[in-house]
Design a protein around this ligand. Structure first.
Ligand SMILES: *[C@@H]1O[C@H](CO)[C@@H](O)[C@H](O)[C@H]1NC(C)=O
Ligand SMILES: *[C@@H]1O[C@H](CO)[C@@H](O)[C@H](O)[C@H]1NC(C)=O
Ligand SMILES: *[C@@H]1O[C@H](CO)[C@@H](O)[C@H](O)[C@H]1NC(C)=O
Ligand SMILES: *[C@@H]1O[C@H](CO)[C@@H](O)[C@H](O)[C@H]1NC(C)=O
Ligand SMILES: *[C@@H]1O[C@H](CO)[C@@H](O)[C@H](O)[C@H]1NC(C)=O
Length: 277
């Protein structure tokens, strides 16, 4: 009986050990791939992320790497804010299988946020991509990062509409898309976030911003004002032209009168011809 118990315990321990080893190998691979895929002009990752020491927890001393436990190679969060990093959204994050935080803010990342982001970082509670150059749309499948409570996309080049599916993010506490190029109506589930979280998107409307019809109306008002100004300008130019022409008329008046007479006569002529038919 005790033998069985010991055997079971041993097997369990072995299993735990092997899975934790396996997962930490993956985490190391994740960081290798991130380092490889990111452009690092200041050499910060290059100088700090050195992989030739394989001791347990060695990655936890890397710049920007937070571990679940200091002597276990298991990434809890990656905080790479303001390191001058460039290039596309980092690759290989999927292998950081227990990562809950990702902060890439205030760098020069560009390109699209991957449309399969929910598969790459499924357990994030916090995603901060603010102050970069990310472009394209907000991926719909962000709504499937179930535990997300912070989503900061402020100050990028994101365009298109805010996906209504984000209403599925039941834990969302922080949401910011200010200073992008977003358009369309703000999903009703997000209207309780304050105005400043949506500001700086010319095409965005609906609560908490102004209502969409008002913004459409103000656009058509602007168009009407523009048309009126256009007409006024044309009238003024016309008046100026007429004014100068009138000043010139006395010199040519006689010749013009003769022309007019000829023309009048020719009309009369045709009329009489017509009448005689
Ligand atoms: C590996 O890293 C650990 C923890 O940072 C350190 O204590 C150890 O001296 C390092 N070993 C080598 C060979 O660099
Ligand atoms: C991003 O790059 C531009 C030039 O390409 C540079 O002026 C700017 O300082 C960079 N921003 C950051 C946060 O590194
Ligand atoms: C995860 O790591 C393995 C090697 O350990 C690698 O073959 C695979 O491509 C990595 N996955 C991703 C998504 O990078
Ligand atoms: C989220 O993704 C998982 C796995 O990819 C899938 O099984 C699940 O149905 C998705 N959840 C929603 C709400 O779509
Ligand atoms: C927004 O706030 C109001 C009042 O606090 C509340 O009644 C409403 O349910 C909230 N709406 C959403 C979508 O959270």
């Amino acid at each position: 009986m005790t033998d069985h118990f010991a055997l079971g315990l041993g097997a369990l321990l072995l299993l735990l050990l092997s899975t934790s080893c396996f997962s930490s190998e993956l985490d190391v691979q994740c960081l290798r791939d991130v380092q490889k895929s990111v452009i690092d002009p200041n050499g910060i990752l290059k100088s700090s992320w050195i992989f030739d020491n394989g001791t347990a927890g060695f990655i936890c001393k890397f710049t920007g790497v937070e571990c679940w436990h200091p002597d276990e190679n298991r990434v809890l969060a990656l905080r790479l804010s303001n390191l001058g990093l460039q290039g596309p959204f980092p690759k290989g994050l999927k292998n950081c299988t227990s990562m809950t935080g990702l902060d890439l803010s205030s760098n020069n990342f560009t390109g699209a946020i991957p449309s399969d982001i929910e598969q790459q970082v499924p357990y994030l509670t916090s995603l901060d991509l603010s102050y970069n150059g990310f472009s394209g749309g907000i991926p719909i499948l962000i709504y499937n990062i179930t535990y997300l409570n912070t989503l900061n996309l402020q100050h990028n080049q994101l365009s298109g509409e805010i996906p209504g599916q984000l209403s599925a993010l039941a834990r969302l506490q922080v949401f910011n898309v200010a200073d992008n190029r977003l358009s369309g109506t703000i999903p009703s589930s997000l209207r309780n976030f304050s105005v400043s979280n949506f500001a700086g998107n010319e095409g965005l409307c609906g609560p908490p911003l102004g209502d969409c019809q008002a913004s459409a109306k103000s656009k058509s008002t602007a168009a009407i004002i523009g048309a009126v100004i256009g007409v006024v300008v044309v009238v003024i130019i016309g008046a100026i032209v007429v004014f100068f022409c009138l000043r010139r008329i006395p010199a040519k008046k006689k010749a013009k009168d003769e022309d007019d007479n000829k023309w009048a006569k020719s009309i009369k002529g045709t009329k009489t011809i017509k009448a005689s038919h």
